[in-house]
Design a protein. Sequence first.
Lengths: 335, 215
Amino acid sequence: MTVKGFFKSNVFKCLVTLLCVLLVSGVFLTIMNGLLAVSDQERLDRAINKIYGRSVAYTEVTVENYNDNANIEAAYRIKDDGNYLIKSTGFGGFDNGSVTCWVVVNVSGGAVKGIDKVVIDSNKGQSYIANINDNFLSGFYGEYKGDFSANEGFIKTGATRSATAICNAVNGAVDYVNGKWLGNVTVDIYADFELTEYIETKKTSHEIDEGGNIVYNIVTKGHTMPSGFTVKVTVSAEGIITAYSIVNNGSSPASYADKMKPDILDGTLFVGKDFAGIQAIINEGITYPGDDKGTTISTGATQSNYLCVYAAAFATKNYQNCLDLEGGDAEGGDE
Amino acid sequence: MNKYKKITLDGLIYQNPTFMLVLGTCPTLGLISSAFSAMGMGLTVVVILTLSNILISALRKVIPNAVRIPCYIVIIATLVTFARMFLEKFVPDLYDSLGGFLALIVVNCIILGRAEAFANKHTVPEAAVDGFMQGLGFTVALTLMGIICEFIGKGSLFGYQIMDFKVGMLAKPAGSFLVYGICIAVFTYVIDCIERAKRVKANKLARENLLREVA
């Protein structure tokens, strides 16, 4: 085909038409984007209007995270009532997604008095978020009595994982207000310990008795399906577990809890074992075995079993680290 | 019959995109648990469908046959993006409630279907009326099912609580399937009855004419 023939061909006409349509569309959308774009300030004003039902004056402050399970996106102090408005993203939702909430934290007398309002801003991959209604959110309101636990009955909403992410967002907002403005900073004494990937280090604590036994109160993180477990483990001076009991089972009672290994549920699997013994349970070392079959903890509640094994591994592996802390503050908590 | 009257009746009843052609089922099933969302989606489709029909009809002699579908998609996508910008700016509540379904209008079978089946073969005014009426038929169907699902499923109408009694399943996708199926059955049955009555009447007239001629 000659050059002249190409310019007269249907191919050329098709190309030009398509390019013209694209060009006109692009120009039109560029102009419209300039006219209709919603600024961050406008989004914030809308959110505040939704929460307070009116415009309010506020001051913005820089943000800093105080909680592993939540990310503080923005923070404001409302001038009218002195409350704190926090935009917090809670993790641990359905399919490892997250929920972003606006949380109004009421502060009085140098302490968090309560939560005044929680409004869901957006979410990532939470298919059942519509099941989270005002009735559930009102469970946060009122006097603040400590962290909203992801294991409490009130998160059983038909969107339990999304509710867990919302709990984490609210807890993160409170931690932030406590740490940033009220100075009640929670010190993570286990930050340098080994095997902390699945451990809520700021909620975990231990005590050392006169015989050199360490009694741990370990709070694990949640996994894809189960929420966090709370486990009480006693490790002797020889680094051997002498007692193991599950204080709070993070597995869903309706689905997976009954599939956990019985000897994990009653702790007999761990008693008498040191770290090498715990490691041998999983065969492949203390890393999550995924969906691999064949390990003794693959029972249909593999993730729940794994969190319990991991807690035992954490306890035995860090015996010496706990002794090294002796002389300092051995309690995880407020300093 | 006046052609505009035929286009109107086709859009609303005889070729109703939701009940008769069963097109656009994705947003239908996803949004009819709330009457507000259902009506909002319907009205958005009315605007996009009318504008896309007008543009495609106006450009039907310019766009070569070989690239007509890509051109239609670009035009529809541009209109949907504009609708998203407009709703986010001026009706943020509706924008939030429609969520991902708003962007999915680009691949809504009704819009591409009317562009291909009607707009590129008819004049601009006819295409405009067709787009508006098809969109209106879609809106009425969605709103009707939205009202049923929300009233029975949540005990409310357009967000206002009316009664405590509710059948929660109807506010969920499974309930939407049921309501959609029942509505299609009822609508088809009613249309069928009307058509049958028309045929009986026409046969009777024809018989009377025949008898008169014989006599």
